[in-house]
Ligand binder design. Structure first.
Ligand code: GAR
Length: 205
């Protein structure tokens, strides 16, 4: 049974999708905790209502990024995680923190990485005039929004699309691929070789 710790900063709809998929599909995993850097993150209520332990490590209470990351790491490690899932966790992480969870920390980013790292990805996609947009689940490495890609979802950019319409359509796809990627991890079906992810086929139906 693997322990999953999910980090959020706000709405937490990807966290919710993972919690629901775990329960519906009976993964060999438990959601050990949901942790937020914001005391008012809406997703905390969902977690609490589902009996999941929650914690807040408020970044505003720490003088430096290093001090915040050290406190966050202490809190996370109290739940003995096999996997840390960043689900709309909007903090830049220090190298030491990322290194500590190397190979066991996933993130979802709303673009087809390596395109459009950083913020405002839907705006970036529209400005670039791409015909296709998407989201990427990837392992977290020291470079922001890089790291081996596990799964991507693709959507067409339609005439008249706005940042909001793209975000809404893409979020529905995020809710599909993030639970899939987490499930692959907890079923030990993901390996990384030479910086590339390999996914083992399953023989069971
Ligand atoms: C999601 O769209 C996620 O891809 C994005 O924030 C949103 C969080 O929504 N993450 C990033 O931009 C990370 N760079 P949620 O809180 O409802 O899951």
């Amino acid at each position: 049974m693997k322990n999953i710790v999910i980090l959020i900063s706000g709405r937490g709809s990807n966290m919710e999708a993972i919690v629901r998929a775990r329960a519906a599909q009976q993964w060999p995993a438990r959601i050990a905790a949901v942790i937020s850097n914001k005391p008012d993150a809406a997703g905390l209520s969902f977690a609490q209502a589902h009996g999941i332990p929650t914690a807040v490590v408020d970044h505003k209470a720490y003088a430096s990024r290093e001090a915040f990351d050290a406190a966050l790491q202490d809190t996370i490690d109290g739940y003995q995680p096999d996997l840390v899932v960043l689900a709309g966790f909007m903090r830049i992480l220090t190298c030491g923190f990322v290194e500590h969870y190397a190979g066991r920390m996933l993130n979802i980013h709303p673009s087809l990485l390596p395109l459009f790292p950083g913020l405002h990805t839907h705006r970036q996609a529209l400005a670039a005039g791409v015909s296709e947009h998407g989201a990427t689940v990837h392992f977290v490495t020291a470079e922001l929004d890089h790291g081996p890609s596990v799964l991507q979802a693709r959507i067409p950019v339609l005439p008249g699309d706005t940042e909001e319409s793209l975000a809404t359509r893409l979020l529905a796809e995020e809710h599909v691929i993030y639970p899939q990627a987490v499930r692959l991890f907890v079923e030990d079906r993901i390996s990384i070789a030479n910086g590339e992810v390999r996914i083992a086929e399953t023989t069971s139906i």
